[in-house]
Design a protein around this ligand. Structure first.
Ligand SMILES: C[S@@+](CC[C@H](N)C(=O)[O-])C[C@H]1O[C@@H](n2cnc3c(N)ncnc32)[C@H](O)[C@@H]1O
Length: 272
């Protein structure tokens, strides 16, 4: 990892440490609802991941663990990983508050093989706002492959790379579709509270669909499906309207564009 990339990660860590307390208090994340028994998982991932009961699940970039703990409520044996110290502290606190057994690891996902060593998982899961924080998807896919048991499942649902070409309310193209290197910005607020007094540097990367898929194929994973969705399940952009439960589209674009994609891939079990 170059010194420059390390500095980008440090800045992003500080950003997520600043966002986390705001997110914890936000209606967007609805912690009281979660504590009362609600799941934060959406129909898309609930329908597409497959059976999780009794399976070990590694959640990459878990933020403060609401989805991780929701998977535990579905019967999975969960481990969540995030590099925000504040997020992992809250995840651990909530796990004990709702009495759910869960392991939370504070780490950069790229360093995880040195931390969890040879531990293997039936499912590796990641969702909504993940790969845009990662400079190198080949290394990301190596980490996924490293942790998957033979026959195990990798699943991602995230915002479509089409969306990341645009400004926040999808009015004009501002960024390259392709990965043209780091995108350095200083944005105000956060998607869970646009008025929050946060204004810090952030560093992201755009990844076209081909880069995501090829990174997984290059690790020998077998792609089971790639789906694209004409709505977002999270109300996290400007100018959205609600069209159904957990379904939002831009007011001026409706269903015309892809908002999210999902991929499920399987690691072979070595039997030909
Ligand atoms: C948008 S959130 C993930 C969203 C999650 N689905 C949620 O809303 O609960 C992105 C998370 O990625 C984490 N993150 C970003 N880069 C990371 C890295 N290199 N290693 C580990 N975590 C990272 C951030 O700390 C943040 O918690």
């Amino acid at each position: 990892m170059s010194k420059q990339i390390e500095n980008y990660f440090k800045a992003n860590q500080a950003l997520w440490d600043a966002k986390t307390p705001v997110h914890i208090e936000s209606e967007f994340y609805d912690i009281p609802g979660f504590l009362a028994g609600n799941s934060t998982l959406r129909e898309v991932e609930l329908n597409e991941v497959g059976e999780v009961r009794g399976k070990t699940l590694l959640h990459l970039q878990c933020h403060f663990g609401l989805d991780t703990l929701s998977w535990a409520r579905e019967g999975a044996i969960v481990t969540g990983v995030d590099f925000s110290q504040k997020a992992i502290a809250k995840a651990r606190e909530m796990a004990s508050e709702v009495n759910i057994e869960a392991e939370f690891v504070e780490a950069n996902i790229y360093d995880l093989p040195e931390i969890l060593l040879d531990k293997k998982f039936d499912i590796v899961f990641t969702s909504y706002g993940t790969i845009g924080w990662l400079p190198d998807l080949d290394r990301w896919a190596q980490v996924i492959n490293h942790f998957l048991s033979p026959g195990g499942t990798f699943y991602i649902v995230d915002f479509h790379p089409f969306i990341w070409m645009y400004d926040y309310d999808l009015q004009k193209i501002e960024y390259p579709y392709f990965n043209a290197g780091v995108i350095a910005e200083e944005n105000e607020g956060t998607y869970a509270d646009p008025n929050a007094p946060i204004k810090l540097a952030e560093y992201g990367w755009n990844h076209p669909s081909s880069e995501v898929i090829n990174s997984l194929i290059n690790q020998g994973l077998e792609i089971e499906f790639l789906n694209e969705f004409p709505y977002t399940t999270w109300n996290c952009f400007k100018n959205l309207k609600e069209i159904g439960k957990h379904k939002y589209v831009f007011k001026h674009l409706g269903h015309k564009i892809p908002y999210m994609f999902s991929i499920r891939a399987r690691k072979g079990n070595g039997i030909l």
